[in-house]
Design a protein around this ligand. Structure first.
Ligand SMILES: NC(=O)c1ccc[n+]([C@@H]2O[C@H](COP(=O)([O-])OP(=O)(O)OC[C@H]3O[C@@H](n4cnc5c(N)ncnc54)[C@H](O)[C@@H]3O)[C@@H](O)[C@H]2O)c1
Length: 320
C-alpha cells in the first residue's frame, strides 16, 4: 500500500472514531466548544487565552505550573484590555467580561471539563509528549487536544496519547493550532495535522480558530511546517551575518525592515519570539532533516547559554 493510501485509511478510521463525538457540521461542532483549556501562561498561551475569552467568548481554564507566570500573564492581560478600552476598541463591560472568563490554575486536573485544549508550554519535545499523555487521561473523550508547537511533529505528539498505535480514540483528536506572535495582533494561524488526526478534528479546529477571529492556513506535518520552515532559516542567517561580521545588528535589521517592508528586522524579531524558542526550532529543523543548511548559528546557542532570551528576559540582541 502506498504511503498516501495508508495514511488515508488511518485518517478514515480516525474520522469514524471522532464522528461519534461532535456534531455533524464543523460550524456546529465549533459552536459546541463551550469551554477552552490553555496550558502555559507565557507569551503565546496568555495571548491565545485572552483572544479566545474576548473573541470566541468562551471561559478559559489557564494552566501553568508557575504561579509567577500566571500572575505575570494576567497582569499583561489587564494591560492589553485596558489599552483596548482606552483606544475605544472595546467597551469596559466587554473587557470586564473577557477578563472574568480567564480562570487560572496550577492543576492540570482542572482540564477535566474542557471541550478544546491548546497546549503552549516551551518547545521541549519530552515536555509536550508527557503533557499529551496526561491530557488523554484527564480531558473528556470528545475534547480536541491541540498544540501550539512551532516545529515538533504532530504525529509524534499524537502517538504519545496511547501505548497502542491502533487506538486512535485520543490520537485522532490531536492537531496543531499554531498561532502567530503576538496572538492578539496576528491574524494567521497554521493548522497542522498528524497522520492520526481525524477530519472532524480538523474542521472543528479551523472553525474554532475562525471564532477567535483568525485566518487559518493548512500545512503538512513536516519539520518547521510552513511558517517556521521559511522564517527560522532567515533569522538564523541574520545571526550568522552578525557573528561573522557581515553587518552590525542595526544594519542587518534596518536593511530588512526598510528593504522588504517588514515591521521589524530579523534580530529584533528573534528577541520578540524568544531566542530559546528560535534555537529549539532550528534544532528540530536540523535534527529531523539532517540538512546542514539548518545548522543553528553558534551565537544563537551562546545567547541561550547566557540566558539572553530576548524581550522576555530583558536582554537579547537588544536591551529591554
Ligand atoms: N514565542 C513565539 O513567537 C511563538 C510563536 C508561535 C508558537 N510558539 C510556541 O508556543 C509555545 C510556547 O511558547 P512561548 O513563547 O509562549 O513560551 P514561554 O516561555 O513564554 O511560556 C511557556 C509557559 O509554559 C509554562 N510551563 C512550563 N512547563 C509547564 C507545564 N508542565 N505545565 C504548564 N505550564 C508549563 C511556563 O511556566 C511558561 O509560563 C512553544 O511551543 C513555542 O514554540 C511560540
Amino acid at each position: 500500500m502506498s504511503f498516501s493510501a495508508a495514511s488515508k485509511q488511518v485518517l478514515r478510521r480516525a474520522s469514524t472514531v471522532q464522528r461519534r463525538q461532535f456534531s455533524s457540521t464543523p460550524v456546529a461542532a465549533a459552536a459546541e466548544v463551550k469551554k477552552l483549556g490553555v496550558i502555559g501562561a507565557g507569551q503565546m498561551g496568555l495571548g491565545i487565552a485572552l483572544v479566545a475569552a474576548q473573541r470566541a467568548q468562551v471561559p478559559v481554564t489557564l494552566i501553568d505550573t508557575s504561579q509567577a507566570s500566571i500572575d505575570k500573564g494576567l497582569k499583561f492581560a489587564d494591560k492589553l484590555l485596558e489599552k483596548d478600552v482606552s483606544k475605544q476598541r472595546l467597551s469596559r463591560e466587554d473587557a470586564t467580561a473577557a477578563r472574568e472568563r480567564l480562570k487560572p490554575s496550577t492543576q492540570m486536573d482542572d482540564l477535566s471539563d474542557v471541550d478544546f485544549v491548546i497546549e503552549a508550554v516551551p518547545e521541549i519535545p519530552d515536555l509536550k509528549t508527557k503533557i499529551f499523555s496526561r491530557l488523554a487521561q484527564i480531558c473528556p473523550s470528545h475534547a480536541i487536544l491541540a498544540t501550539n508547537t512551532s516545529s515538533i511533529s504532530i504525529t509524534r505528539i499524537a502517538a504519545s496519547t496511547t501505548k497502542n498505535p491502533t487506538d486512535l480514540s485520543a490520537a485522532s483528536r490531536v492537531i496543531s493550532t499554531h498561532f502567530m506572535n503576538p496572538v492578539p495582533v496576528q491574524k494567521g494561524v497554521e493548522i497542522i495535522t498528524g497522520l492520526q488526526t481525524s477530519d472532524e478534528t480538523v474542521d472543528t479546529a479551523i472553525e474554532f480558530c475562525k471564532r477567535m477571529g483568525k485566518i487559518p492556513s493548512r500545512s503538512a506535518d513536516s519539520p518547521g511546517f510552513l511558517a517556521n520552515r521559511i522564517l527560522m532559516p532567515y533569522i538564523n542567517e541574520a545571526i550568522i551575518c552578525l557573528e561573522t561580521g557581515v553587518g552590525a545588528k542595526e544594519d542587518i535589521d534596518n536593511i530588512m525592515k526598510n528593504g522588504t517592508n517588514v515591521p521589524m528586522g530579523p534580530l529584533q524579531l528573534a528577541d520578540f519570539i524568544g531566542i530559546d524558542t528560535c534555537l529549539a526550532i532550528m534544532n528540530v529543523l536540523y535534527g529531523e532533516t539532517g540538512d546542514s543548511k539548518y545548522r543553528p548559528a553558534v551565537l544563537l546557542r551562546k545567547m541561550v547559554d547566557a540566558g539572553w532570551l530576548g524581550k522576555k528576559s530583558g536582554k537579547g540582541f537588544y536591551d529591554y
